[in-house]
Design a protein. Structure first.
Ligand code: ADP
Ligand code: MG
Length: 586
């Protein structure tokens, strides 16, 4: 039985805890939903089971729309972390309960129970009471009970949660065996990546209510698309690098091109690179490195963990600036995590304080267009204050990236054309009477994105996305997808047809919306909703923003003049909304 979710959204107190989740779980597949506590996994699982209604979207089981079908009629089996067995009933009665309710004959019930107890390796335990069983055995009974009525879908919510490590592993193996033997479509929720790796055909990673990525475990580990998945699934060092026409560079060091995967090589820009601890090579001299040279460094700390040695190495020789975040989430420390195998340790024994040459065997560049932030203001104090703006600080923390501060009194003058872009990442300015003009200047100087922040901002619940023409479409979608992974807000693409557009233009308008939605989904893994409006672009956007203060606008432009000439009133509105301007010229 396949499971299909189409833009499923569930809100509590107006906030989406499951946000536009679309997903297809294949017949017989073992799918694991992985994410930190509070990311919406249980809510999504309960929606599939029919225990929670949804506010938006559809749920189908094998092509049958069950969005409004009761839990009992969905044919799913459920196991929870604390799925309390009926205390006063024997194992046999617990398992047979659902069959009794369904009026199955005693002899058939007995046969089915024997079969299930064999399946979960509890033969002969029929007459025990739950109190006479270990926690692991109780969960086995819970699994048998969930399977008794032959559901076609099995849903498990942190079923190993309360068990100790060894029992967990045994139960894990049993569940995998049962799942294979029955070929039952299974969704399991966990916050434990090791568990996800051990069980899943595919893993879906959730954060802030969104399903960020969904793929085979090895693919997700080797080629994550987002920094969240890169750092949640295994350990990762995040580094800032520059993508140039000659390849990836850290500071002035070009990284061995063979080690680097190709990404979009349009304009030169800052990128976020993932360096796994096991892909770092250490050597006593630069010549002895087999892999591409990254920097010199010094061993700071070593932890011996048996099979591998785990250490932190301080980057030196100009590469310090590249370090964004270590696996412990510590940012800007210039420390990277390295793991070495026994043979590597024997070949080059190390102790804290030792100098080393650092090489990288493999680096993975994330497709995210949002690498870091640079705050601009005319006065030092204003720049400092802006860099601590709650919305910006929240974004930077979520993105594990840095906010640099640029004091620049010349935002009202355009530099000589051809001057080298002095910008990295997203430029940030405070909203004010001059902000449209300042955005224009920053864009003309080479910024690709500018974030404009009013002094007081309500946490955005809704993000409006619009591009003025087709040129910045792709970049705007990419930026939106990246931003939305870090904000628990709903995304709406607003398509606007000009006033007096003929009836004939409408289907075309609707097509554009659908194309935008599928492009966002296919290329950027972003789910968004769409709305079609008719009228003047600025008026429509202003009207929609005026509906509530908890909105943010992402606006794609291909021409910087439109900001001052047409959109000025959006920048000067009071109290105003945060706006992210994305600029790509034709
Ligand atoms: P997870 O299983 O990933 O830990 P949940 O789906 O349990 O996450 O919860 C996601 C978010 O929704 C949490 O912030 C939680 O507090 C909130 N939430 C869950 N159920 C309810 C509810 N019945 N009422 C209000 N908020 C809820
Ligand atoms: Mg949960």
């Amino acid at each position: 039985m396949s499971i299909t979710l189409d833009q499923v959204t569930k809100r509590y107190q107006g906030s989406p805890v499951v946000n536009d989740v679309s997903l297809n779980v294949g017949d017989g597949e073992f799918y694991v939903l992985l994410g930190p506590s509070g990311s919406g996994k249980s809510t999504l699982l309960r929606s599939i089971a029919g225990l929670t209604g949804v506010d938006h979207g559809r749920i189908s089981l094998h092509g049958r729309d069950v969005t409004h079908v009761s839990a009992r009629d969905r044919g799913v089996g459920l196991v929870f972390q604390n799925y309390a067995l009926f205390r006063h009933m024997s194992v046999a009665d617990n398992i047979e309960f659902a069959l009794r309710v369904r009026r199955m004959k005693a002899a058939d019930r007995r046969e089915r129970r024997k079969e299930l107890l064999r399946l979960v390796a509890l033969e002969g335990m029929d007459d025990r009471l739950p109190t006479q069983l270990s926690g692991g055995q109780q969960q086995r009974v819970a699994v048998a009970r969930a399977l008794a009525h032959k559901p076609e879908v099995l849903l498990l919510d942190e079923p190993f949660g309360a068990l100790d490590a060894k029992i967990r592993e045994e139960l894990r193996r049993t569940i995998r065996q049962v799942q294979r033997e029955l070929g039952i479509t299974t969704v399991l929720v966990t916050h434990d990546q090791e568990e996800a790796f051990a069980l899943a055909d595919r893993i879906g990673v959730m954060n802030l209510g969104r399903l960020l990525e969904s793929d085979k475990p090895d693919e997700l580990y080797a080629r994550p698309a987002t920094r969240f998945v890169a750092t949640f699934l295994g350990a990762a060092n995040l580094l800032l690098a520059r993508q140039t026409s000659e390849g990836i560079r850290f500071g002035t060091t070009p990284v061995n091109a063979r080690a680097v995967e190709r990404v979009d090589t349009g304009r030169e820009h800052e990128v976020v690179a993932v360096l796994r601890p096991e892909e770092v090579e250490l050597a006593p001299t630069r010549e002895q490195l087999q892999a591409g040279y990254l920097a010199q460094g010094q061993v700071e700390e070593i932890v011996f963990t048996g099979a591998i040695e785990r250490m932190r190495v301080r980057l030196q020789s100009g590469a310090e600036e590249a370090q964004l975040a270590g696996p412990a989430g510590d940012s800007g420390t210039a420390l990277i995590e390295v793991t070495r195998t026994q043979p590597e340790q024997r070949a080059f024994p190390l102790a804290p304080g030792h100098p080393v040459f650092i090489g990288v065997r493999r680096i993975h560049v994330l497709p995210t267009p949002l690498s870091s932030f640079s705050v601009f203001a005319a006065e030092e104090a204003d720049a400092k204050k802006l860099s601590q703006h709650p919305l910006l600080a929240g974004l930077a923390a979520g993105m594990k990236t840095r906010v640099s501060v640029r004091v620049d009194a010349t935002l009202d003058t355009v530099r000589a054309p051809g001057s080298k872009p002095d910008l990295a990442g997203v430029a940030v300015i405070a909203a004010g009477p001059e902000s449209a003009r300042q955005v224009q200047v920053l864009l003309q100087r080479g910024a690709g994105e500018v974030l404009v922040l009013p002094e007081t901002v309500v946490a955005p619940q809704r993000i409006l996305i619009h591009w003025v023409d087709e040129t910045p479409r792709r970049a705007t979608l990419a930026v939106s997808a990246s931003l939305l992974r870090h904000v628990p807000a709903e995304a709406v693409y607003v398509g606007i047809l000009p006033e007096g557009a003929s009836e004939a233009a409408r289907p075309q308008g609707v097509r554009t919306l659908l194309d935008a939605r599928s492009e966002a989904q296919a290329v950027h893994g972003l789910e968004m909703r769409t709305e079609l409006r008719v009228g003047d672009v600025v008026e429509q956007l202003a009207g929609q923003l005026a509906e509530s203060p908890d909105q943010l606008l992402i606006l794609g432009v291909s021409n910087t003049e439109v900001l001052t000439e047409r959109f000025n009133r959006l920048f000067t509105a009071s109290p105003g909304w945060p706006m992210l301007i994305v600029y790509r010229s034709a």
